[in-house]
Design a binder for this molecule. Structure first.
Ligand SMILES: Cc1cc2nc3c(=O)[nH]c(=O)nc-3n(C[C@H](O)[C@H](O)[C@H](O)COP(=O)(O)OP(=O)(O)OC[C@H]3O[C@@H](n4cnc5c(N)ncnc54)[C@H](O)[C@@H]3O)c2cc1C
Length: 403
């Protein structure tokens, strides 16, 4: 087994997942985080069935189940005409122990793992430690980091870049991050007021189409959340203004009531995938490797799948059971395929159905979704794909798919 700790850059959900996975096998890790604590931002709020199954091996699924809310349906609505398609997870109840989406903020997940890692003798988590530079030679990797006490050089056999969308690790490797950025900015707001008081029979996850102002409505234990595009003429400051937020909520929920706001956040949405996920002994995972539209709740889930896939491969490499080059080449090929052929495809389609402006095409897309939701076999296939069970079954996770 290795003497120097494996360095993981980023104490986000993906970095924490692979830290937990490796330390469970007695492998030492050092997690470097530039901030002074794990992020408290809720951000992602869906755990799919495929992810809950994978997390069983880390022993965290039961804890997440205690804290989260079960969303047993996903609704597609039109802002003018109402509900047009409802995908019911009962159609996959014979396929998984978890026929639902578990609604839980990613900050809770990070906190659960952080508490475990603090108790673990194989894990060191260093806050206020920012990765600046990466150097590689035949024997390993040197990380140059900035700390409050100055610069430091750390040596490691493998450096894992789980440092998010603006990854310094990816930039150090000189990799392209090809794709595009959606023209809209999005505003995410949260309130403890129940939205189903205003829109009867609302599910906990709803995609609402509209050519002008489409909506993504979802629930977490702490709040109901509404995501909507900001018109180009409105500045960030205006969009975040309380009166504007109240008006958006009132339009969405068809009411004149006012809402206490517990979350407001503007962000841009991209579809981008790095040209490769590793170079030598430096490996990317999570948002550092791929980012996508949040319509589908796939970004965090895909990052956790990367972590489990890579964890399994690194364990085999470190136990001298397999060859580093072929393991990492397969990691890149398999995980890029999932990012492009599954996550990008599903999240692009969800975004398109919500924002389509051409009335005839919009109706056609909605009709297709409605037919798919009503047909048990097509509904099952759609759910297996969007719950990330299909990508696991077809591509495997750190090992070939079960035949
Ligand atoms: C508003 C919003 C809603 C979302 N909703 C969903 C959803 O419903 N479902 C879903 O699946 N996904 C969703 N996502 C995406 C999801 O949040 C990300 O996919 C997820 O956070 C990726 O995790 P990560 O660990 O790869 O990166 P991050 O969460 O970005 O973590 C990276 C960590 O690295 C640290 N770091 C960065 N640079 C350095 C450095 N140089 N040195 C040291 N540390 C560094 C950062 O401080 C951070 O802690 C959403 C994202 C946003 C913004």
């Amino acid at each position: 087994m290795q003497k120097e700790a494996i360095i993981i850059v980023g104490a986000g959900p993906v970095g924490m997942t692979i830290a937990e996975m490796l330390t469970k096998q007695g492998i030492s890790v050092t997690v470097l985080e530039k901030n002074n604590s794990p992020s408290k931002e809720w951000r992602a709020s869906t755990f799919h069935a495929g992810t809950l199954e994978l997390l069983e091996s880390l022993g965290v699924t039961d804890e997440l189940m205690k804290r989260g809310l079960i969303a047993d349906k996903v609704q597609y609505r039109d802002r003018q005409t109402g509900l047009y398609a409802e995908f019911d997870f009962r159609h996959i109840q014979s396929e998984t122990k978890y026929p639902f989406r578990l609604q839980l903020p990613q900050s809770t997940y990070v906190q659960v793992l952080y508490e475990r890692l603090q108790e673990c003798p194989h894990a060191t988590i260093r806050f206020n430690a920012e990765l600046l530079q990466v150097e590689q030679d035949e024997g390993g990797v040197t990380a140059v980091i900035q700390t409050p006490d100055g610069m430091e050089r750390l040596r490691t056999p493998y450096l894992l870049g789980a440092d998010g969308a603006r990854s310094a690790v990816r930039k150090q490797l000189g990799l392209t991050f090809d794709g595009y950025t959606y023209e809209e900015r999005f505003l995410l707001v949260g309130t403890p007021v129940a939205f189903d008081r205003y829109l009867p029979d609302l599910a906990y996850v709803n995609y609402v189409s509209d050519p002008e102002e489409f909506l993504f409505i979802l629930r977490v234990p702490e709040a109901w959340r509404l995501l909507y595009p900001i018109p180009p003429a409105i500045t960030d400051e205006e969009a975040l203004d309380d009166e504007n937020i109240q008006r958006s909520l009132q339009r969405a929920l068809k009411t004149e009531d006012r809402f206490p706001i517990v979350e407001r956040m503007i962000y841009r949405v991209h579809q981008r995938v790095a040209e490769t996920f590793h170079k030598g002994r430096v490996i990317l995972l999570g948002d550092a490797a791929h980012i996508n539209s949040p319509m589908g709740g796939l970004g965090l889930n895909n990052g956790i799948h990367d972590a489990v896939d890579l964890g399994r491969r690194l364990i085999r490499i470190l136990q001298s059971q397999s060859d580093q080059e072929s393991e990492l080449a397969t990691y890149t090929t398999a995980r890029r395929k999932v990012a492009l052929d599954y996550v990008k495809e599903i999240s692009e389609k969800n975004t398109k159905v919500m924002k389509e402006k051409d009335p005839e095409f919009r109706l056609r897309l909605q009709k297709e979704m409605a037919e798919q939701a009503k047909d048990p076999q097509r509904c099952r296939n759609w759910l297996l794909r969007s719950a990330m069970i299909a990508s696991i079954r077809e591509q495997g996770i750190g090992e070939p798919p079960a035949s």
